[in-house]
Design a protein around this ligand. Sequence first.
Ligand SMILES: Cc1cc2nc3c(=O)[nH]c(=O)nc-3n(C[C@H](O)[C@H](O)[C@H](O)COP(=O)(O)OP(=O)(O)OC[C@H]3O[C@@H](n4cnc5c(N)ncnc54)[C@H](O)[C@@H]3O)c2cc1C
Length: 542
Amino acid sequence: MVTTKIKFEADADGAVVNHQPTSGNNAVTSVIKQSLDAKACEDLIAAIQSSDSFLDNNERNQTRGQVFFPLTDGFEKARMSVWNYDAAGMPLAIIKCANANHVSLAITFARKNAVKVCVHTAGAHSSHAVVNNCVVIDLSLMRDVHVNPEGRTATVAGGAMIGDVDKATKPHGLALPMGHVHHTGVAGMALNATSGVGYLCRTRNLTVTYLKGATLVMADGNVTHISEKHNSELLWAIRGAGSNFGVAIEMVFSLTRVAPKVYAGDLVKFGKGTGPGKLTCCCCINSKETREELVMKWFQFFDAKDTPIECSSLLVIAPHGPVISRLCYAPVEKDALKPANDIKKEAQEAFAPLADFGFTLMNTTKMMDYWDGVQKMGEFSPSYYYQKAANMSAIPEDNLLSMIDELCSYAESCPVTNMGSGIIVMPLGGKLETLEPGSIPTAEVYSQMKWWFIVITEFPRGPKDPEVRAKCVQWVRDVYKVVEPYASKDEGRQKDYWSDVLGDIYGSKENIAKLQYLKAKYDGDNFFSWNRNILPKKSDKE
Ligand SMILES: Cc1cc2nc3c(=O)[nH]c(=O)nc-3n(C[C@H](O)[C@H](O)[C@H](O)COP(=O)(O)OP(=O)(O)OC[C@H]3O[C@@H](n4cnc5c(N)ncnc54)[C@H](O)[C@@H]3O)c2cc1C
């Protein structure tokens, strides 16, 4: 129980380091000008405790809420319950919410103390999950997913992860197309700009195109239901920009049918003179082709007009290591019930140009379950990371050559070699090209962009080895510069947002104006600002 005013030293750093603890786990020594009102803290604890007897109408969620303040038991554990420890800031309070009422209490508490909130799911993959000086609305207790197989919808709690949805939809042969990594949060992925790209998006579109409704706790603490019939202007806005408008307690998604078994796995190849093949005794395990040629082949394959949209992939250029083509062939919905052997044959034929090019040291491709196979191929354990991402337009062939040369040469200079570091590219296109401009806030970008790019490093010792950390951050920034000329531009954003997608994700001026207007209407004082932020603006004259 907090009985005194909580005070911390201030630090006045800029955007990038603003929410980085200055001394690693001992972050209590860092930051914070504000102090919390002790009475408000006690009231909050009492209100959360008493509201635990409050249950949702259907009494679904009976978990208890929890409140943590700095220096109290459980605070440090709750603070570090994020995917990227390097981005864990020093908040004023962490409120683990179990229902809408808790979220509302957290908002009221933050307003009373004149501080901002940040929000995170159980995934907590973003750099805004736990922010300095904020009240954290931690939704990790809220992970329920309910599937209506007849209506083909899933109602997903605000804190759920991709894997929670896959687990619930699998028994019905249904799926929600989402990201590649099962431990990413659904709300963060769908509502905060990236909109959800993954193995199914080339055949089925972005996750947000499946969003049919949501229940949000708004900036005034009130609960609002959003659907095509109610607050439909907000339904448009939350499909990609939702975290600007409220805290989603629940989201309702439609679902798609997926084949029980799809074709997926990795092709692992070493380019000539790289990896173990640098040694003469091991050169037989390498391709005759160079790493640059292997990478070029992958780009050409996904650039070709006749490559089926069922083919998806992640290309990984591993630092000091192989070129990995992680493949997935999942039929379009109408072909979901095709015999598995037919799907396998189609997939092998389709991917043959990639499989047959260069020497494949390891080939793990096979027919596998979508939900527990494909969706579990990507695993990045919580650690210390730095990453930058971009949506890239089509790259002219000449520029592509030099871009690939540069990326491959950076792969040889990466300061670390581990499974959490690499240069990763995925092909967009397919169904995404059919997105109608303005249909969702992110439609323009995803209909025009050709590649999704991430460069990431893991430095497991974090602040204990500041030199390695600095080298990793610099390496990521250097690699990023190689692709920056092709990244969608974003004049409004901060120069070096810690780890978000660069590019004006909200597309056209019209979209941005509409979002700014809605932001002014529903969150005029920009209370929800730790997100891919939209500044409130009523009209151009203001
Ligand atoms: C390893 C890794 C892999 C990734 N792979 C993919 C991928 O394949 N496809 C893809 O599209 N993206 C991918 N991303 C990007 C990812 O979608 C974003 O980083 C996303 O913001 C993470 O969501 P989260 O819920 O885990 O993060 P969180 O930190 O929990 O949330 C991110 C932000 O979303 C908002 N938010 C969270 N919950 C709510 C809520 N209930 N209501 C309102 N706002 C909320 C908040 O503003 C919060 O700051 C990946 C990121 C990482 C780090």
